[in-house]
Design a protein around this ligand. Structure first.
Ligand code: HEM
Length: 297
């Protein structure tokens, strides 16, 4: 579940961050919840001036090229990702978090995602194939030691809306030309066969002849008549992920990502994800969040 909040005008952002940092899950290696916390870059900079990369910007300017397509900037202040093997636990943790922020931050959006066909997104294609492996992910997503913001990460979070019907009416070959991979098993196209406007070609960024990956996931949600995806992209280089967005919109050369003719961004924020050590330095009075039921007596 993803929660996004706007800090109230009259509230002190430090109080809101403190309130979240005071929540601690009950310790259990089998029935716990995972929680990632993101804060709007300009807010985190005021709270921890040396605890964030020197250059990190809010997503306040939409990305648009010459045609009418726009990658919307709707920057919010706090992002919380709660996950667990039990949706009930996620629900309880979300309600408690919202209650804890009462009077400090307003909930702007809550999204409950689910796995679709194991690891496919709503286009029907396998997701995450080109992701770095878990062993490599930290190098790509985590800010290295001895640099401002060390142990943290930079997140792009967006909600996308799909126009799935026209996409699914295309034959598989056409869909594959749009994504740039095969549908059945996500095999990469050979370079000379990869359409230049395919999603895979557009989002492949090279610097000094080396690919610059990010660590990402598409989470499906919505209803049968309203198909949505949340895009979560973690990186230690905001420049890289923002460049991907500019390329998807066709800002550089007018070549727009073919996927964007069927899927449209509806929200978009950049968040700084502080390390757990930095978050702990804001905790004043830790309270355990008990989301597991006591055993029946
Ligand atoms: C509705 C939104 C999106 C959908 C459905 C989607 C779907 C996909 C799919 C099916 C693939 C191929 C398999 C894989 O490697 O995961 C892919 C690759 C990729 N996507 Fe997306 N994506 C979306 C948005 C984005 C956004 C917003 C970004 C970046 C800002 C992005 C960056 C990438 C990258 C870097 C790759 C790997 C390309 C490669 O090296 O082959 N995607 N995406």
């Amino acid at each position: 579940m993803f929660l996004e909040f706007r800090i109230q005008k009259k509230a002190d952002p430090r109080d809101a961050v403190e309130a979240i940092c005071n929540i601690e899950e009950i310790h259990s290696s089998i029935a716990g919840i995972n929680c990632a916390i993101g804060i709007r870059p300009t807010i985190w900079r005021t709270l921890a001036p040396n605890g964030i990369p020197q250059v990190m910007f809010d997503f306040t300017s939409s990305v648009n090229a010459d045609d009418c397509f726009v990658i919307l900037a709707t920057q919010r202040d706090i992002w919380i990702w709660i996950s667990s093997q039990s949706i009930g636990q996620v629900f309880d943790a979300a309600v408690l978090t919202i209650n804890r922020l009462e009077g400090l931050a307003e909930l702007e959006e809550d999204i409950s995602g689910w796995n679709y066909r194991f690891n496919r997104d709503l286009t029907g294609f396998i997701d995450e194939s080109a992701n770095p492996t878990f062993l490599e992910a930290a190098k790509v997503a985590i800010i290295p030691d001895s640099t401002p913001g060390q142990g943290g990460s930079v997140l792009l979070f967006q909600k996308w809306q799909h126009d799935i019907r026209p996409f699914s009416q295309l034959d598989s070959k056409k869909q594959e030309q749009i994504i740039g991979r095969t549908k059945v098993d996500s095999t990469e196209f050979a370079e000379d066969l990869l359409p230049k406007n395919s999603h895979a070609a557009i989002t492949t960024i090279e610097k000094y002849y080396r690919e610059q990956p990010i660590f990402r996931r598409n989470v499906s949600h919505g209803t049968p008549s309203n198909n949505e995806t949340s895009f979560i992209g973690f990186t230690n280089s905001q420049e890289t992920v923002h460049e991907m967005l500019r390329r998807m919109a066709g800002v550089l050369d007018g070549l727009r990502d073919a996927l964007t003719f069927y899927s449209m961004p509806a929200t978009g924020s950049h968040y700084f994800i502080p390390s757990s050590d930095s978050l702990m330095s804001f905790a004043t009075e830790i309270e355990f969040l008990i989301t597991t039921s006591p055993p029946a007596s």
